[in-house]
Design a protein around this ligand. Structure first.
Ligand SMILES: NC(=O)c1ccc[n+]([C@@H]2O[C@H](COP(=O)([O-])OP(=O)(O)OC[C@H]3O[C@@H](n4cnc5c(N)ncnc54)[C@H](O)[C@@H]3O)[C@@H](O)[C@H]2O)c1
Length: 250
């Protein structure tokens, strides 16, 4: 499944799932914009993927920065084929511990950020003959779990965002889908699972709950994103693809 001459913008592209997706897209022939807050990591990946990647420092929740990023993308490439809406703010807190600021921060990055990127990407995606948006949801947008109320709520919202936007953009031939990973070994995952001080034990408990008996790797999700972004998925829109080792099939 080649992505020859595709131009893709990947938010959260400097780490974890976004980074793996940027590397896979370039391997398959695409040019990528790595959009991330983390300049040091982003520049490192940009230089490793040169000349097929450009880094853009952005906070996806700030409209003026997002607008500027798509202006830069237009100047550099003239078109956008794929927006991978992926950057997110992860928070593990109960209702009682979640402050109003926490709630706003999660919703601002995870929902408003996806909205702003889709809005400002649209004029460029319309110039493509095969425009596609892929949004990272989560298994936690489908099933509930404790101590993660704001994050899970935002991920449920992302699945609905993808469905409704798919209907709105279908007349332009732009497809919109979501990928929903389960526990995937990325820096964010390792940090979260290390909170109890027993990373190995936490992982073992999680793995025991997955029918395929392993954790996800960033490349597992990247391959699903590449499929949904490609012509192979040209009749697929408004859906969410679980990449969860069978967890939500139970
Ligand atoms: N890792 C998992 O187990 C898992 C499971 C389900 C869903 N997800 C989702 O996958 C996506 C990627 O997560 P990951 O695990 O690769 O995380 P990660 O922390 O490894 O990477 C996230 C990247 O997003 C960037 N970022 C954060 N806020 C940003 C902002 N406001 N503007 C621009 N960039 C920003 C960070 O700098 C970082 O480089 C997220 O949407 C996350 O919710 C992850």
């Amino acid at each position: 499944m080649r992505l020859e001459n595709y131009v893709a913008l990947i938010t959260g592209g400097a780490s974890g799932i976004g980074e793996a997706t940027a590397r896979l897209f370039v391997e398959r022939g695409a040019k990528v914009v790595i959009a991330d807050l983390d300049e040091e990591r982003g520049r490192k990946i940009e230089s490793e993927l040169a000349p097929n990647a450009v880094f853009c420092k952005v906070d996806v929740s700030k409209s003026e920065q997002v607008e500027k990023m798509f202006r830069m993308t237009e100047e550099k490439f003239g078109v956008l084929d794929v927006l991978f809406n992926n950057a997110a703010y992860s928070l593990s807190k109960t209702l009682w511990d979640t402050t109003e600021e926490d709630w706003d921060q999660v919703m601002t990055v995870n929902l408003k950020g996806y909205f702003l990127c889709a809005k400002y990407a649209l004029p460029l995606l319309k110039k493509s003959s095969h425009g596609a948006i892929v949004c990272t949801g989560s298994e936690l947008g489908i099933v509930g779990c404790v101590e993660s109320l704001a994050y899970n709520t935002s991920k449920g919202g992302i699945i609905q965002f993808a469905k409704s936007l798919a209907l709105e953009l279908a007349p332009f031939g732009i497809r919109v889908n979501a990928v929903c990973p389960s526990g995937t070994e990325t820096p964010a995952f390792v940090k979260d699972m290390s909170r109890s001080g027993d990373y190995e034990g936490e992982c073992a408990r999680l793995i025991a709950s997955y029918p395929l008996h392993r954790l996800g790797q960033p490349i597992d999700i990247a391959k699903a994103v590449a499929f949904l972004a490609s012509e192979e998925a040209s009749f697929i829109t408004g859906t969410h693809l679980m990449v969860d080792g069978g967890y939500t099939a139970q």
